[in-house]
Design a protein around this ligand. Sequence first.
Ligand SMILES: Cc1cc2nc3c(=O)[nH]c(=O)nc-3n(C[C@H](O)[C@H](O)[C@H](O)COP(=O)(O)O)c2cc1C
Length: 198
Amino acid sequence: MAIDLPKPRLKGDLSVEEAILKRRSIREYSPEPLTLEEVSQILWAAQGITHPYGYRTAPSAGALYPIELYIHATNVVELEKGIYRYDPERHLLLEGRRGDLSSEIYRIGLSQEQIITAPLIVLIFGVFSRTTFKYGKRGIRYVFNEVGHVGQNIYLQATALGLGTVAIGAFYDEELRELVGAGREESPLYIMPVGKVG
Ligand SMILES: Cc1cc2nc3c(=O)[nH]c(=O)nc-3n(C[C@H](O)[C@H](O)[C@H](O)COP(=O)(O)O)c2cc1C
């Protein structure tokens, strides 16, 4: 099933300079739920379409877009617990595995407390072949470059919304891929829990 996301808002209360200044890795979240508007805004900032040719919020070598986003929702208003895949073209969520998988993601993420307390987890994957197809071995570097852009957009958007996040690079790759139900060609690159600042 597909779940339409609210349109992202294009004006905020914090300047980009203030968001850069305030950005920190936040590992403690309030137990309050997130809204679908907040989820929509985070995903749009990460990979939303911002140009008629399909260009996105984050730059991509050759505009080949190797990054795929999943979320795991445990406490989002109007969103059933489980895994969803973000479809940037239609700005909607595609339902994946149902249920609360946070204790499994917690274990896969080396038992880092911030994973289990977050109402939302963004799971960022990369498909290397989309970029190496054109750029050969150098394409591997480009995908790693790109996840940095995407992660920073999530950090800054979260800051601007009064939310907190942290880029987590420590986890078991294969187990995370299997848990999310991602394809063989999708490699996990970051886990980013998101929640209201506690
Ligand atoms: C590639 C990368 C991997 C990271 N992995 C983790 C991690 O596994 N767990 C964690 O709590 N923070 C992780 N961090 C966040 C850093 O600890 C954090 O950015 C650093 O302490 C500086 O703090 P700041 O982000 O508030 O400026 C990672 C950051 C990067 C860039």
